[in-house]
Design a protein around this ligand. Sequence first.
Ligand code: ZN
Length: 458
Amino acid sequence: MTNLLDFPIEVFQMIVCELVSSAIDESAHSIYSFQIEDVWLLRNVCPTFAAEIERSVFFQQPKAIYLNSHFIQRLVLERLPQYVMQVKRIPGNVNEGFRARLQRMTSYILQELDIKDEKQRADAIEKFYVSLRRIVIESRLTHALWCDCGPSCSYVTESQSNTELSVQDRLYTSLMVGAHDVLAGILQEVSGAQHDRLFSILPFGVARILGDTKSIDVILRHLETRPSLERTTLTSDSGIFPIRKTISTLLARDSGTIAQALLEFHKKKLPSPSGHVYASWIYSAVHERTTNHLHNLRAVLNIHPKGSTQVWGETMITICAGGSSEDVQEALKRVEDVDKGTALDAPIFIAVRSGRVAAVQGCIQAGASVDLAVCSDSPTLHKDTITPLDVAMDRNDGHVADVLIKAGAKIPHISQWPGTRRVYKVLRKAVSERTNVKLPALRDFQHMSLAERRDIQY
Ligand SMILES: [Zn+2]
């Protein structure tokens, strides 16, 4: 039998060409036919076959094939540097305007960085395309690569219509390649966010996606040098560096130190955040399931927003509503007296009303008294003073009542209990454990008069 490699290369090319085009053809007609996915797997047969298949799939198809086959799109996007740099393609199978724009961007950065070494040049170009794939929304990138909608397509051309690279394109190129000195220079020219359909993610977002802390640092150092009015404009929500929104996003998703660097900058160089902004930061920094973000919450708590005292109550409510017990404790470290406040704003009452065991436990661990008695604020509680357990009982919250009781909360006499099942069960069990007295079952309790209830002794 003849060895596969003994065949002339042209045979491979013919087979592959036939296979690929029939697969592409067939997939349009029937889902049971030989698919392009199957052809792709044939690369395992031998290296020559693999090279031919890749060549055929990547470079020898007309534009429409790339636009219409999701599988091929994914293949191309995964190998974007090879796809764009490969010269032996059939003409017109990529949008030439877009390709020219990308080439201008890469030539620009190679020149700026003054890279002569071939290997280093190739690495920089590779980095550019890998980053491009990560920071441009996939549907926009595929559209731009194979666009057919004419010269005015906004995904293809940069905002300025000449062949000079726009500030925007140079800015993004330096970010994509991580060229920090070049970035520092371009920032001098940046005056605001120019609308660009292709690059919809703003610089802070790009640096975050690429994990490039140094770029964020370069941007912050640049902003520091700006006059304060300009700095405020550039960092406003509609500016090119919307720092407050970025902080919110990072606090929620990122357990690294970028959020803290931005918060630190905000604290030193920008006006104090409004209560609304501060609340959104607290909300983002609070995490029930992980303590990885605790340092983020700490950084937010170290900032004193406008009207700090009013903001505090809302802050506590937000942390109790979504935070871990550690989050609650972290916040309470900043309070002189954890038992200070009314039924509305004393931490343990906020925690009890949140209905979350983690919040109540956090308060208890921070030293809050479970028997804190304050003036009643509730129309349903006819008492002069109320305790956290009274509120939990009123809310029929068995879980929270249980936590308070286990932490030693005094249990009021049975005549003050509500006849609601969840909380009654918890209270009855706790009393029987503490006193060995068997109290009436709920059904019997519900049928008793108040006088009868008061007569129960234990
Ligand atoms: Zn288009």
